[in-house]
Design a protein. Structure first.
Length: 131
């Protein structure tokens, strides 16, 4: 058995056996998810997940047994968004996805409670592009 496959299987069993935290999901039920390419997002504190890649698929597993499957092409964007150390704009997600796919993925990650929309009065420093 491949060591990475064994590690993924153990992590998936651990994560899917956890009870999901209701607060982030309940909050999303009562507030529609309106976001666009300029929306600021950040990781939900304490959110647990496991991302694995099998063949041509990326599989994101969450507590309670929830899973999200996407093309392997989405894996870099998932890794970047779920590993972010601070706020980021949807349009700044990894370029492996087109703009519409970035918005769709962001909307899904917010609906699952892994990411949250940063309030309008928060700010994030924009990186200067080299000239």
């Amino acid at each position: 058995l491949d060591p990475r496959a064994l590690l993924d299987a153990c992590a998936e069993k651990l994560v899917t056996g956890l009870t999901p935290e209701p607060a982030p999901r309940i909050e999303q039920l009562f507030s529609p998810i309106e976001l666009d390419a300029e929306t600021l997002l950040e990781r939900q504190a304490g959110a647990v997940h496991h991302l694995s890649q099998t063949g041509e698929r990326a599989v994101l597993r969450m507590p309670g047994g929830d899973a999200f499957e996407a093309s392997r092409r989405a894996a870099p964007a998932l890794e970047q968004a779920l590993g972010a150390s601070g706020p980021f704009r949807v349009c700044d997600m990894h370029d492996s996805l087109n703009p519409a796919a970035k918005v769709a993925l962001a909307r899904h990650l917010v609906s699952t409670g892994l990411l949250k929309i940063v309030s309008a009065n928060s700010s994030v420093e924009r990186k200067e592009e080299p000239a």
